[in-house]
Design a protein around this ligand. Structure first.
Ligand code: FPP
Length: 237
């Protein structure tokens, strides 16, 4: 794997924790817990490989509709993760950004997310974006609103509202677009994840369930990315 063919920004929809738990006759919460083990390894590898940005879909705005027990288990895991991993992530120069509406989170979780962002804001290694209480359409509406407010105040003119200006109002401001999107468990949907940022992403849908997505699977996806012919709407010379 050579650095030139590596994606700059990898996005992952970590799907299949529930099915993994069912397969192993375990409670769903244990599927999510095993999912956290998988994500630890992928974060470390992305950082070691020098990938610029890694975006993980941890909790969508639609996930609140799951049973109270499952929501509670996920909220517990999030709090545990941000408490137990923050030292190592910070030591590894990882910069954490939360994509999504932190204000809609329970107070303890909100505080942990804000503190992780604050503590790592000076780091210059991997940009680790964790989407929590996130929806892609809501992100676009929020960006449009921010630009409209600037226009009303006279800070910008309507013609200043360009693709770049919009992109600067997204949670991922300043980061490259997504090059590679991986969704595990064989489902082939974007599910409202990074709609704007994935405009030219290569999509991969490995059939393994997220807790089984190991470094071998990650390397396979990265190798396959390197051999894809990306034209961005143009033609190959
Ligand atoms: C999809 O599997 C996965 C989720 C909805 C949650 C992903 C969350 C984690 C891996 C853990 C929490 C994250 C952090 C950053 C600590 P599913 O439950 O929809 O699987 P299924 O389709 O097989 O039921």
């Amino acid at each position: 794997m050579t650095k030139t063919t590596l994606p700059r920004h990898v996005a992952v929809i970590m799907d299949g924790n529930g099915r993994w738990a069912k397969q192993h006759k375990l409670q769903i919460a244990l599927g999510h817990r095993q999912g956290v083990e998988a994500l630890r390894a992928i974060i470390r590898e992305s950082s070691d490989l020098g990938i610029e940005a890694l975006s993980l879909y941890a909790f969508s705005t639609e996930n609140w509709r799951r049973s109270p027990q499952e929501v509670e288990a996920l909220m517990g895991l999030l709090l545990e993760y941000f408490t137990s991993e923050i030292d190592e992530l910070d030591e590894n120069n990882v910069r954490i950004r939360i994509l999504g509406d932190k204000d809609g989170m329970p107070p303890k979780q909100r505080a942990a997310l804000v503190s992780a962002e604050e503590r790592t804001k000076g780091n210059t290694g991997l940009n680790l974006n964790i989407a929590i209480n996130y929806g892609g359409r809501a992100e676009l509406a929020r960006a449009a609103r921010a630009l409209a407010e600037k226009a009303v105040k006279g800070e910008i003119r309507p013609e200043d509202i360009t693709e770049d200006a919009l992109s600067r109002e997204l949670y991922t401001a300043g980061q490259p677009d997504v090059d590679l999107l991986i969704r595990t468990s064989g489902e082939m949907r974007l599910s409202n994840f990074l709609l704007f940022q994935c405009a030219y992403a290569e999509f991969m849908f490995p059939s393994v369930l997220w807790p089984d997505f190991d470094l071998n699977e990650y390397h396979k996806a990265l190798e396959a990315f390197g051999s894809r012919d990306r034209r961005f709407g143009g033609r190959k010379a």
